[in-house]
Ligand binder design. Structure first.
Ligand code: GLU
Length: 471
């Protein structure tokens, strides 16, 4: 693909908050596009808003990208270091007659807005040299506005198709504030040009900026990159995903022990339709198959259940050693006092159920400690019948006699007890599971009992007997 050899894209977060799902998806799509085309993926920190930008957010964003494995090429570009370049572009626009000083007071503009005129009425657009000098001499404040020419602005969005905007709908927007600081639309164009960006891939919320930015490209005589606007991510209520929906930031997923591969896999499906039944991908497969032309326009709904499912699938693909490493990275004392074979068997038993390492740790507690508490709903359901006491007592006696303590023998004896009482095995299995683990769900009871060992099982069952109603 020789035409794409020089593909350059960027992810350009503002460090005013941590990396969230939407930002991570934008970063991923940029990364995949770049890697698919053997191009470059750059990181630009848009920190011109000095008040809201924080170094700690920059650090968090970088850490999250690294954790996800979305490593950027070259040095990070910080906009706050590039003020000179922006000033020089503003001067070029001004001296070329493509921008002008606007001396209109805020009050005046607010008044015209109150009268229903939302666009700047272009009052200062045609001031002559003398008028300008007079304003400047009297020390009036001014902003600098771009001069939007007549006509239309069109571009081909890879995802949204052909977009045309009448220039009459584009405001003579501000490119420099009264303190001289450049505005977002100006800096983005200056940077994208000097970084040699070939494709601008960003959220659909930037569509209205794109027609403005094209004006600046044209006025500065720069080549216009290709644009691709990604569909919005929506909450389950079909409104734009926000904190209100409780979607955690990337950092939280990391702290909860999610696998980066699982999160990437989930993110890639937020908009990308791979045109096959396949839903589970690792990064290399995504790079090979990703195509922006297969991204939907329609908003993508954030679905926690799907995320958990994908996460569980990735957990199952992971080797036990990797899971153990992940667990120990969060909790160094996990499995202390139990041999490695025991630890691996716990992992093997739980691996099909847990969706994150943290959940893994939570679910594994009873393999190492006798339960201190019992799930109250399950107690009501499985321990309230007087006869449970008898079942368990009988089963303990049978267990004591087992010589070869293994899954098959344990199951055989339990089924014998069920037969003796003429009840379905479930009526014994559930109360016993609760007694052994304190929780109503878990891996195969018999496999779990084999691992816990005879002595531990009997001790725990005896403890439960004390709590059970007597027949
Ligand atoms: N800094 C902008 C944002 O965080 C992105 C700008 C862009 O991608 O052009 O939304």
């Amino acid at each position: 693909m020789t035409d794409m050899i020089s593909t350059k894209v960027r992810f350009a977060p503002s460090p005013t908050g941590e990396l969230h799902i939407g930002g991570a998806r934008t970063a991923l799509f940029n990364y995949l596009f770049a890697k698919h085309h053997n191009g470059k993926f750059f990181l630009r920190i848009e920190d011109t808003d000095r008040e809201r930008s924080k170094d700690e957010f920059t650090d968090q964003i970088c850490e999250s990208l690294n954790w996800l494995g979305l490593h950027w090429d070259g040095e990070i570009l910080f906009q706050s270091n590039r003020i000179k370049e922006y000033q020089s572009a503003i001067q070029t626009l001004l001296s070329g007659g493509n921008a002008y000083r606007c001396f209109c007071s805020k009050d005046l503009l607010e008044k015209s807005r109150a009268e229903g005129v939302y666009q700047y009425p272009r009052t200062c657009r045609n001031l002559n040299e003398n008028e300008i000098r007079k304003h400047l001499n009297s020390g009036e404040n001014y902003v600098i506005r771009i001069k939007i020419p007549e006509g239309q602005t069109s571009y081909n969005d890879i995802i949204y198709g052909h977009v045309t905007v009448n220039n009459s709908e584009i405001d003579d927007f501000i490119i420099a504030r009264s303190d001289g600081s450049p505005t977002y639309n100006l800096v983005v164009v200056v940077d994208d040009h000097s970084m040699g960006i070939t494709h601008v891939i960003r959220g659909e919320d930037h569509i209205s900026n794109t027609s403005k930015q094209i004006q600046i490209y044209k006025a500065l005589g720069f080549d216009i990159p290709v644009f691709a606007h990604l569909p919005m991510i929506l909450g389950p209520d079909k409104k734009r995903l926000s904190k209100r929906h409780g979607a955690p930031g990337v950092q939280q997923f990391k702290n909860d022990g999610y696998l980066p591969d699982a999160l990437l896999n989930y993110l890639v499906l937020l908009g990308w339709n791979p045109d096959s039944e396949q839903e589970i991908f690792i990064l290399d497969e995504m790079i090979a198959k990703f195509d922006l032309a297969q991204v939907n326009k329609k908003g993508a709904v954030y679905d926690e259940k799907k995320l958990y499912w994908i996460s569980g699938q990735h957990m199952q693909r992971l080797g036990n050693k990797n899971i153990l490493d992940g667990i120990l990275a969060i909790n160094q004392s996990w499995g202390n006092g139990f041999n490695i074979q025991y630890q691996y068997t716990v992992i093997e038993l739980l691996k099909v159920r847990a969706k994150s390492i943290l959940e893994f740790i939570d679910q594994s507690v009873y393999f190492f400690n006798d339960p201190e508490e019992y799930d109250s709903k399950a107690v009501g359901k499985h321990w309230s019948n007087n006869s449970v006491n008898d079942f368990i007592n009988t089963f303990i006696n049978k267990m004591e006699a087992i010589e070869n303590w293994n899954t098959e023998q344990i199951e055989k004896e339990l089924r014998n007890v069920a037969e003796k009482y003429e009840i379905p095995a479930g009526r014994i299995i559930h109360p016993i599971r609760l007694a052994l683990s304190g929780v109503p769900n878990g891996p195969s009871l018999f496999a779990m009992m084999e691992l816990l060992g005879k002595e531990t099982c009997i001790r725990r069952l005896n403890k439960a007997l004390k709590l059970l109603p007597k027949s």
